[in-house]
Write a protein that binds this ligand. Structure first.
Ligand code: NAP
Length: 325
């Protein structure tokens, strides 16, 4: 079995920053890429608020540069998805793609968060046939069409604004009459003449002609009546949920599924396992905060490995053995 000092699970800004720091600390980290190598920034266009890039930088370019920076210091990358971990043994066991097994003295979990779905009829079935969770990926296919963006947060404002580059009209559908989005993002959307609004409208189901999307059935919050908004595309932009299913029962998570960390540090409930980025941060969720937490995780790992080199891990594993489902 391949044995590593440190494995880093996930390659968004948190995981890649952790990889840069861990590699520079000579820990030769193995970084498992995950389903979305580069994380959410690879699904976005221009990043205007990452310090150091006066004129902005394209998200995919930023992630590619971070990855090359980590490789330059000796980080190794493995393409694949972590399907199982065993945190009850020392070293920890990690299974990638249900077949490759690794052992690691320490783990950094930076698996991020994925787009949420509405969970309404027609939605999942019509993904790729008019329903999307990624404007950057699919916007091109909606050139000259009328489309909807569901959500009232910054993601919805950003997606809607971006989609006006392609669509002839973009309607933001939100379940309340006030938006959650920041003032600056709201203003940008409001000033865009191609953006229309359907507020106090709760999505009920996605309508189709059997092949592709034709409309969204919504319930009016004031009247309680249902009506169909005709459209050729529905972009769901209602936030994200943390990618922690593979950890359930082995590490402390909050009620939503985010990994709990200890105060200022990246330490989790399992000694030797550290978490950074969106998988443990439901509040800030910015590339720069994720990168900062990745740095902290790598420094915490370094300290942990130094202080634990003479520690009896078999005893520790018993002490901290979590209840597996
Ligand atoms: P969010 O702030 O949690 O907003 C989610 C929106 O979706 C809310 O308006 C919510 O409605 C709505 N929603 C959730 N579940 C729904 C459901 N089942 N049916 C209908 N509507 C539903 O998520 P976000 O917009 O992804 O933003 C997350 C974080 O990332 C925020 O901190 C944000 O500032 C940040 N962000 C920043 C940028 C940027 O600065 N460029 C871009 C994107 C995101 P309610 O309001 O009624 O709850």
């Amino acid at each position: 079995m391949d044995k590593r000092k440190v494995m880093i699970l996930g390659t968004g800004p948190a995981g890649l920053t952790a990889a840069i720091y861990a590699a520079r600390a000579n820990l030769q980290p193995l970084v498992v890429e995950g389903n979305e190598p580069g994380g959410q920034l690879t699904l976005t266009t221009e990043v205007e608020n990452f310090p150091g890039f006066e004129d902005g930088i394209m998200g995919p370019t930023l992630m590619e540069q971070m990855r090359r920076q980590a490789e330059r210091f000796g980080a190794q990358f493995e393409t694949g998805w972590v399907t199982d971990v065993d945190l009850s043994v020392r070293p920890f066991r990690v299974t990638v793609n249900e077949q490759d097994s690794y052992e690691a003295d320490a783990l950094i979990i930076s698996t991020g968060a994925s787009a949420k779905l509405l969970g309404i009829d027609g939605e999942s079935e019509l993904i790729g046939r008019g329903v999307s969770t990624c404007a950057t990926c699919d916007g091109f296919f909606f050139r000259g069409k009328n489309i909807l963006v569901v959500g009232g947060g910054d993601s919805a404002m950003e997606e809607a604004t971006f989609l006006t580059k392609f669509a002839s009209e973009v309607t933001i559908v939100h379940r309340r009459d006030t938006l959650r989005a920041s003032k600056v993002m709201q203003e940008r959307a409001r000033q865009n003449p191609k953006i229309k609004w359907e507020l106090s409208a709760t999505p009920v189901s996605v309508k189709s002609d059997g092949k592709k999307v034709t409309g969204l059935l919504v319930r009016d919050a004031a009247t309680g009546e249902n009506r169909v908004i005709e459209t050729q595309g529905v972009f769901v932009a209602i936030g994200h949920s943390p990618n922690t299913a593979f950890l359930r029962g082995q590490i402390d998570l909050d009620e939503v599924g985010y990994i709990k960390t200890d105060g200022f540090s990246s330490a989790t409930s399992v000694p030797g396992v550290f978490a950074c980025g969106d998988v443990m941060d439901s509040r800030y969720r910015q590339a720069i905060t994720a990168a900062g937490s990745g740095c902290k995780a790598a420094m915490d790992v370094e300290k942990h490995l130094e202080s634990s080199s003479s520690h009896d891990w078999s005893q520790s594993a018993k002490e901290h053995e979590p209840a597996r489902p």
